[in-house]
Design a protein around this ligand. Sequence first.
Ligand code: WTA
Length: 657
Amino acid sequence: MSDEPMNLTIDALMTERRTYPPSPTFAAQANAQPDSYTTDADTFWETEGRNRLSWFKPFDTLREWELPYAKWYLGGQLNACYNCVDRHVEAGLGDKVAYYWEGEPVDDRKTITYADLQHMVVKAANGFKSLGMTKDSHVGVYLGMVPEAVVTMLALARIGAAFTLVFGGFSAESLSGRLNDMQCQFLITQDGAWRRGKVIDLKGTADAAMADAPSVTACVVLKRGGNEVPMTDGRDHWWHDLVDPQSSDPASCPCEPMDSEDLLFLMYSSGTTGKPKGVMHTTAGYLAGTSTTHHYVFDIKPETVYWCAADIGWITGHSYIVFGPLVNATTSVMYEGTPDFPDKDRWWEIIERYKVTVLYTAPTAVRTHMKWGPEYAQKHDLSSLVLIGSVGEPINPEAWIWYRDHIGGGRTPVVDTWWQTETGMILITPLPGLSTLKPGSASRPFPGIEAAVLDENGHEVPPGTGAGYLVIKNPWPAMLRGLYHDDDRFKETYWSRFPGVYMAGDGARVDADGDFWLMGRIDDVMNVSGHRLSTIEIESALVDHPEVAEAAVTARNDAITGQAVVAYVTLKGGKDGSPEKAKELRDHVAKVIGAIAKPANIVFTPELPKTRSGKIMRRLLRDVAENRTLGDTTTLADPTVVSEIQARAQVEADKEG
Ligand code: WTA
């Protein structure tokens, strides 16, 4: 395979040899015991499916595997909301806290029990139904980290309406693209969302999106920011007008029996081509996979106070803030705002207040806290923590060790969990209490998962030798069921490179002990602060600007965000760029995709390096961005272009640095 992506992290990863064997006290009480998984994958998932979920009608067939299509728990009927909420109340857990919710403005707090959650969900579901929503409806959700985001997801699951929840940082165009692709008839949003002490206008963005998404005929607006928003007569409804007067009696809105394979939600994710892919997740397998992994990986106990600090708009939020934890009747913390509001110790204050026992976050957040310094954590009592986790990108050993020492008190296991929007659930991870931890390694496949690393020719790379393509060889319950309305792309993206196995798109190696080391994407997908962005999406956004002739986007390593976006841009008419133009282009990308996609650097260049057949040589641009010695330039149509770009990139770097 190409050596490019491998350069990113391998040296850093493999130089660290320190290992952390499990502590005997943790091991003795751990959910994962050596005999937790003594059978084959089918028996394991059969048992988890029967015991962890409640069925209106039990399944009769564990799974069907007609490559590349898997179906799980066939013949069964269940409801996601019932499994997350109602059955816990019926079992006497109504007074148990489901969420300690904390708004960004200080002192804005809510404790929501399972009984409260049930009432909120039933009212919302009744409100949604009064607008004509049914099991066949498709619903867009554009909400921030408010309790109503969870309530909305559960209410929709209760009704049986499939939804797509779009991250609040996405632009109107990104939102309308998703609403149109899924043909949503409804949109649930809020006036404004708190972010670092300010209110960000979400309704304005939603309005602009709805102007381009004619399928949406009704919109529900939650009042949160208190900002002035226009309401369109006949289309827009305030949440409080619609939902508050509704009945909260569960009998007034029974949970719709759904088939195991009924669509639960779509999560749009960046791929290697311009248009985001609608990753499909269905009901039973997704619930079984997320809740089972949640139980073992985070060692969830009845008294656990668990905090997944991701945003609900990403798959991590869906699987490990909402569905996995709620199926397990977990007490969670949910926080609305940024980690530095009003000061940089907000997270640690929250952990101290609620005596959080499990924290799950991303390497980019860990590195940000590292940069701010350990003194913010030291101000607070974090001794309640028993386990900490990481997800979203490779965690460099330095950050791993800092995280364990300064947040985990040098005491807790660290679970570095590898998975994807497509996998729905954690697939490669340590099992706390069982695994010997190595900073930078995600350890081994979860029980029942067969992962491997293949070389260019599809042969398995033996442990302890080289790197290659990460693949999964057998189906798992929460795996994607396809890409919405795009079967060809589904087959092409994941199943065509190596017949018979799922290709994840990540590079990896397995060490001599059998531990996996993830090495970043092998395709044109970048990972900025744990957010997946595709080079082509950003290139299309740049070229969409009237003055841009051509653009090529690549990534460079960044100490905090993992990767950062670098754009090389040629303006029309051979015009020269300027700092003002660079700002204008950044803003344009934010407008088209969202602020998360803004290039960190823009290098203006009269020409892009191309092969004689006219292909942009991204590898060279990556080398320039990384300040590496350049690879082979002999196939370039005009080799002088590169030195020109290098010189300009240097000027850029000097200006910024
Ligand atoms: C990367 C996030 C290394 C990987 C749940 C994957 C990781 C992409 C890890 C999926 C990890 C996620 N170590 N890399 N522990 N976790 N990744 O779809 O490149 O937003 O393909 O899902 O993140 O990102 P996605």
